[in-house]
Design a protein around this ligand. Structure first.
Ligand code: ATP
Length: 723
């Protein structure tokens, strides 16, 4: 009761306090003498709201039924108090999915990818044949420590904190030159993800020369200020002492270092998940080895398995040239700011000095069209002049940018790389001539591998058990499709049917007997018909593993008519068969669809080049398959002839008394002549031996038996484990 009384008291206090406000409101209404119908309506509405509020006084309305004053939620002043700068690292820490850190599995891959890509870029820039060590170690349930080392030029002491502890800091953003990195975000974002998920600092060792000791830093990122925080050596890092003392120091700090003349090692501990199959680190490294035949890779996975990818050439790719932007690719806003920055230059000097392919005569034509003097001071040009200049540029014929700034892999090395990593019996490659999109030069290359055993056919019992234990797939079908490259749903269904397993059965709940049945079917069922083409996409030699559907490359592969080259293909899907295709786009600026650099945008010029490249290798495959079919048909025919020729010659000799053996020999000769195509032997370039070459130089044919050893490198890992 006492409580109730108290509440009533409070209410009356409220109402008395509101009384003067009520008076004020009345006054206001009186001033508003002749309200318009609209105002009337609004007033009615206000009244209705007030009434409903008075029915529920707990909402802060007044108890005596008077309309409450509407409280403004925020004012420009209160909003101003919370408006401030957003640091780039804060932004990306919140939006880490934009950079490829959406889940622990992808985070592991992105971290390794960023470090390996940087290592390759640094080695190539310094003219060093790259050798890279990758070590993934599990330190807890969902925690992994990754270490990536290269034999590159190393990084100067003072630069290390900025490179690894500050987002948007790099050497590649402001230049137009073919490289894997572009934005200056990659490795620092990986370090920031590690610090955020585990609290452990990024550890960097770098050595720039034999004469100088390796320097060691432990860094964290101050996300509020986007600045590095140096955790060791009183803010200066430390020099690692030489010899035994140095080894002890390295061990004590949980890092590793392979002794090299120079190089950099990054160690990041992060929350991650390690799996094999599609979109995995293993797949990334394998594809990197194909696209970079000059790199030597040493990989130690979390299960202790080692894999080495030796280089297949000791020649570095030619150094890409840096080019100036082409005027067609520069937008109006950029042109205006470039003009502002061009201090003390005439318009003519500005145009010829800032853009590629603008000669003095071209600049004169542009200025004439824009009605601007060639001698005008470029900083004095206003917005309108910039606009006129921009349109004049678009209307003037300017030759395409030079394309010698692009370094393709080359047909020979594509064949070598594919043969080394993808099992097959027939390989073809095509490098298209350079082309231009939006003023940026680019070049398309396509490689194709056909035949060879599918990875699923070479899985051992232990490995299959391991894969089944670690998979996060919900159904057996999903497990097969996701784990084995090139396995389509049709092939998976065939295997599951043969092993008497339901497609929706959970892989983690299979009994040992069911596992054995699955293994048996994987080995024995002919899945090559149901197997989908495996598409490897690369941009500036970096494998792209996600967003397949959104990528211009996948779309072009699907859009190509593979039926005319002897493969089966249903409309709107990838062709079927034991075939892998590798497509590489090299450009000074790859048009990615997002910051995570996972898919290439569909510019018409790029689509056209992709189509032509795919058709070039498709034609070769078609020729090879037709030829192979002919050999098979003629061999079968010859077998039938030979089976009956003895009986035929005996019967004929009985009828006409001819010599049976002579007759037989003659008949065999005729049969062999008639089926001469059965003897067709092709050399490793697909040339019919002793006959005219017609498959061209850019193909490679191998005996399928020979490629057996390529197939299951995972089995080699297993062997290591047993040891
Ligand atoms: N291993 C290394 N050796 C030498 N220099 C390196 C190494 N790693 C990084 N760098 C330098 O650090 C810079 C920043 O690297 P970061 O990965 O952050 O960005 P990026 O490679 O320029 O671009 P992106 O964000 O597209 O990957 C590079 O531009 C390069 O100059």
């Amino acid at each position: 009761m006492a409580k109730k009384k108290k509440r009533v008291k409070k209410k009356s206090a409220n109402s008395s306090a509101a009384a003067p406000r009520k008076k004020k409101k009345k006054k206001k209404v009186a001033v508003d003498a002749s309200p318009t119908p609209r105002k009337k309506k609004r007033k009615k509405k206000v009244r209705r709201v007030a009434e409903s509020q008075s029915e529920a006084p707990s909402n802060g309305a007044q108890a005596n039924g008077a309309p409450a004053k509407r409280k403004r939620r925020a004012t420009a002043q209160t909003m101003a108090a919370s408006q401030r700068d957003i640091s780039v690292s804060e932004f990306f820490a919140k939006n880490r999915h934009l950079l490829g850190f959406d889940n622990p599995r992808k985070a592991l891959l992105t971290t390794i990818k960023e470090a390996v890509d940087n290592s390759l870029d640094a080695c190539e820039e310094a003219g060093i044949l790259p050798e890279i060590w990758v070590h993934i170690e599990q330190t807890g349930g969902d925690r992994y420590k990754v270490g990536i080392q290269d034999n590159g030029p190393g990084i100067l002491k003072k630069q290390i904190p900025l490179i690894f502890g500050k987002l948007l800091y790099g050497s590649k953003f402001h230049r137009l030159r073919q490289s894997r990195g572009q934005q200056g975000i990659g490795i620092s974002a990986a370090g920031m993800y590690g610090v955020q998920t585990t609290g452990k600092p990024i550890k960097i060792i770098s050595k720039v020369s034999v004469r100088k000791p390796a320097h060691y830093y432990e860094l964290q990122i101050d996300t509020k200020r986007n600045q590095p925080k140096i955790m060791n050596g009183k803010g200066d890092g430390v020099d690692i002492p030489p010899g035994e003392k140095g080894s002890k120091y390295i061990e004590k700090h949980g890092i590793e270092w392979v002794e090299e003349k120079s190089g950099t090692r990054v160690t990041i501990e992060l929350q991650a998940k390690y799996t094999r199959g599609r979109g995995s680190v293993d797949e990334y490294l394998e594809q990197t080895a194909i696209a970079n035949p000059h790199v030597t890779l040493h990989y130690l996975d979390p299960d202790g398995g080692t894999r080495d990818y030796p280089s297949s050439t000791d020649k570095l790719p030619p150094e890409p040239k840096e080019i100036l932007p082409h005027p067609y690719g520069v937008e109006l806003g950029r042109l205006a700011s470039m003009l502002e920055e061009a201090k003390g230059m005439t318009v003519s000097q500005f145009l010829t000095g800032s853009f590629s392919r603008v000669t003095p005569s071209v600049s004169r034509k542009i200025c004439e069209k824009a009605k601007i003097s060639t001698r005008a001071n470029s900083t004095r040009l206003g917005r309108q002049d910039a606009d006129a200049l921009y349109h004049a540029i678009q209307d003037t014929k300017i030759s395409n940018p030079s394309t010698d700034c692009i370094c393709p892999i080359g047909e020979e090395l594509i064949l070598k790389g594919l043969h080394q990593v993808v099992p097959g019996e027939f390989y073809a490659a095509a490098t298209r001539p350079p082309s231009v999109y939006r003023g940026n030069p680019f070049q398309i290359e396509v490689g194709l591998a056909y035949g060879g055993a599918a990875p699923a056919q070479n899985v051992s019992k232990d490995l299959l058990n391991e894969l089944l234990d670690e998979t996060d797939a919900r159904t057996c079908r999903q497990f097969l499709v996701n784990t084995f490259n090139g396995m389509g749903t049709e092939a998976a269904d065939k295997i599951l049917k043969a092993s008497k397993l339901g497609t929706r059965q959970s892989p983690s709940k299979l009994t040992p007997k069911q596992r054995a049945a699955l293994l048996d079917s994987m080995k024995n069922v002919n899945i090559s018909e149901g197997q989908s083409m495996n598409v490897l996409r690369l941009a500036n030699r970096v494998p792209l593993q996600f967003q397949h559907g959104a990528c211009a490359i996948t779309q072009s592969v699907i859009g190509n008519n593979w039926r005319s080259y002897g493969l089966t293909q249903s409309r709107g899907s990838l062709p079927k068969g034991p075939v892998s295709i590798m497509v590489h786009i090299a450009s000074v600026w790859v048009p990615f669809t997002s910051e995570s650099k996972e898919a290439v945008a569909s510019y018409p010029e790029i689509q056209k080049e992709l189509r032509l490249g795919l058709q070039a290798v498709g034609r070769k495959l078609g020729m090879y398959l037709r030829r192979r079919l002919k050999v098979r048909q003629q061999t079968d025919r010859r077998e039938v002839f030979l089976r009956y020729l003895k009986e035929v010659s005996t019967a004929v000799s009985e009828i006409n008394g001819a010599k049976r053996d002579d007759l037989y020999e003659q008949l065999v000769k005729v049969a062999k002549k008639r089926t001469a195509d059965a003897d067709m032997v092709m050399d490793d370039r697909g040339r019919k031996l002793d006959q005219e070459m017609d498959l061209g130089d850019n193909v490679l044919i191998v005996d399928p038996a020979e490629s057996e050893h390529h197939i299951n490198r995972v089995a080699a890992v297993e062997g290591d484990e047993e040891e």
